[in-house]
Write a protein that binds this ligand. Structure first.
Ligand code: ATP
Ligand code: MG
Ligand code: MG
Length: 548
């Protein structure tokens, strides 16, 4: 599979394959917790896990890591499935829930107790933390550490039966309270928690911890390479301990890679959830959100996101990627795919005084000069048109090659016009309309079309134009998200323009269609757009700030 670049994880896999380390083919998994919507960081993990499986003709599971019931919900399960599919990946019949393993996980815990490797501890959370010690100070053993196997079996069974209050007891691994690795100082494996689970309901009142449930879930599914982010590096000894203590034969290997961080972007689900709950954005799929559903609504394509994930590569040290690279990827993808149309965001009326009245002429316009297969369309032209307010200046600076008194410009796909007169509001002095003359010999594609003027403007025919609303976006956060806590929320990340005019062909647009609005950027028809109220989202401007 030439689409997947090599990386250090693939080096490890190549080595494993050479040594016949695993009995089966390469098997990875993507294990989201259904407690929020997926974001662009998850896309990196999805591309890596599914892409690696594809490269080695192996398998990749979708596993819901749903062992923490309080914040999980089916709404998130559904959105995650939709997003993974939309990105272009397929788990076939391999969709699993860690909660399906609750009974097995319980059985394995009993096995650990029987072999003297786990015990029930009555210390409360605060005391457990205190006993754990610090990096410079060894921990202290719990007074409950040396309970007999029988007593532990009895207490654990009764924990499960609901005899004890939430938080009153835990099951802990019996490892080493003097370990230099804090995760190995008798970590908690099970806690008592009366919370309704989105799949198992109230069947359980004890829930396994991530560090215990994850390696076993991987082993149950026959995962060979369990890829996770760097924060879990110090958890790897515990991952291995669990598998070893349970004498599991064909052991998955945990491999860590650097998570994606993006400039101007906050990426933890917890933070994104806060934005949604506090109403600072319009839901998880707000086009400003770095969620997959937000990017989709904004107009990003799965191809661009996959290309981005490919380009950033996989490394072992954390860094922050410039969001300009993501924007570069969508521009590259849409350059030859999106139809180029004309839309005027801030209209200024322009009258061509020597053009016949009550006449609408149909002009021919190519849909994409980069892609002749996209064909041509006809666009109306008439005596009154709209141009962009910022394309006219009464007293322009020297290199203003747009419209100004006495100056000529070409109207894209149409004629050369000359500005003859500026009509202003008598009271406010505001420019109300521009009067121009046109040169009928300069029609695009005609005999004298070669006559050169410095500027070309986009425009729409006033008589036929359709009203539209356009949403312009800025970053949700002002500074780097490196310091997620300190990232400054940008209160001006959304600008809504309600008086835009677009060419009539856009009336029949459907949600999700992407365009290049000439000279303005790439836009996408919003989910809420209707024929009576067209809404377009700006995906990205045209100017590329990505330094190659
Ligand atoms: P968050 O901190 O945003 O809530 P998480 O790691 O808690 O993320 P999970 O649902 O557990 O969210 O993540 C599923 C998988 O996606 C994990 O394997 C995790 O390592 C990976 N992942 C999460 N965030 C990123 C990221 N920013 N870059 C790369 N991979 C990520
Ligand atoms: Mg997680
Ligand atoms: Mg998290």
């Amino acid at each position: 599979n030439p689409g997947v670049a090599s990386n250090f994880i693939h080096d490890i896999i190549n080595e494993d394959l050479k040594n016949n380390k695993h009995d089966s083919r390469v098997h990875t998994r993507f294990p989201p917790e259904p407690n929020g919507y997926l974001h662009i960081g998850h896309a990196k993990s999805i591309c890596l896990n599914f892409g690696t499986a594809a490269k080695y003709e192996g398998l990749c599971n979708l596993r819901f890591d749903d062992t923490n019931p309080s914040k999980e919900d089916v709404e998130y399960v559904d959105s995650i499935k939709e997003d993974v599919k939309w990105l272009g990946f397929d788990w076939d019949d391999r969709m699993f829930y860690a909660s399906d393993y609750f009974a097995k996980l319980y059985g394995y815990a009993v096995q650990l107790i029987k072999s003297g490797k786990a015990y029930v501890c009555d210390l409360d959370a605060q005391s457990i933390r205190e006993y754990r010690g610090t990096l410079t100070e060894p921990g202290k053993e719990s007074p409950y550490r040396n309970r007999s196997v029988e007593e532990n079996l009895d207490l654990f069974e009764r924990m499960r039966q609901g005899e004890f209050a939430d938080g009153s007891r835990v099951l802990r691994a019996k490892i080493d309270m003097a370990s230099p690795n804090l995760n190995m100082r008798d970590p908690v494996l099970y806690r008592i928690l009366r919370a309704n689970h989105h799949r198992t309901g109230d069947a359980w009142c004890i829930y396994p911890m991530y560090d215990y449930a994850h390696p076993i879930s991987d082993a149950i599914e026959g995962i060979t390479h369990s890829i996770c982010t760097l924060e879990f590096e110090a958890h790897r000894p515990l991952y291995d301990w669990v598998l070893e203590a349970l004498e599991i034969e064909d052991r998955p290997q945990q491999i860590e890679f650097a998570r994606l961080n993006l400039t101007n972007t906050v990426m933890s689900k917890r933070h994104l959830r806060t934005l949604v709950e506090e109403g600072q954005v319009n839901g998880w799929d707000d086009p400003r959100m770095p969620t997959i559903s937000g990017l989709r609504r904004r107009g990003y394509t799965p191809e661009a996101i996959r290309d981005f994930c490919e380009r950033i590569g996989i490394s072992k040290s954390n860094s922050t990627v410039d969001v300009a690279l993501l924007e570069h990827c969508i521009r590259e993808d849409l350059n030859s795919r999106a139809a180029r149309v004309m839309a005027v965001l801030r209209p200024l009326k322009l009258v061509i005084t020597n053009y016949p009245e009550n006449t609408v002429e149909e002009l021919e316009a190519e849909n994409n000069p980069e892609n002749p297969d996209m064909g041509k369309r006809s666009i109306p032209f008439s005596r009154v048109i709209y141009i962009e307010q910022e394309d006219f200046m009464e007293n322009p600076p020297k290199k203003f090659f747009r419209l100004a008194p006495g100056q000529e410009v070409r109207l894209k796909h149409a004629y050369i016009i000359k500005c003859e007169q500026v009509i202003k509001d008598e009271v406010s002095g505001e420019v109300k309309e521009i009067h121009c003359t046109y040169d009928p010999d300069t029609k695009s594609g005609g005999i004298a079309s070669g006559r050169k003027v410095k500027g070309t403007l986009h425009w729409v025919c006033a008589e036929r134009a359709v009203d539209a609303e356009v949403h312009l976006y800025d970053y949700l956060f002002k500074d780097d998200a490196d310091s997620e806590e300190g990232a400054l929320f940008n209160p001006d990340s959304l600008e809504i323009l309600t008086a835009c005019k677009v060419e009539p062909g856009l009336l029949d647009t459907v949600a999700g269609t992407r365009y290049q609005f000439l000279r303005q950027g790439y836009f996408c028809t919003d989910l809420d757009s209707t024929r009576s109220k067209l809404i377009f989202n700006r995906i990205v401007g045209l100017r590329d700030s990505w330094a190659k």
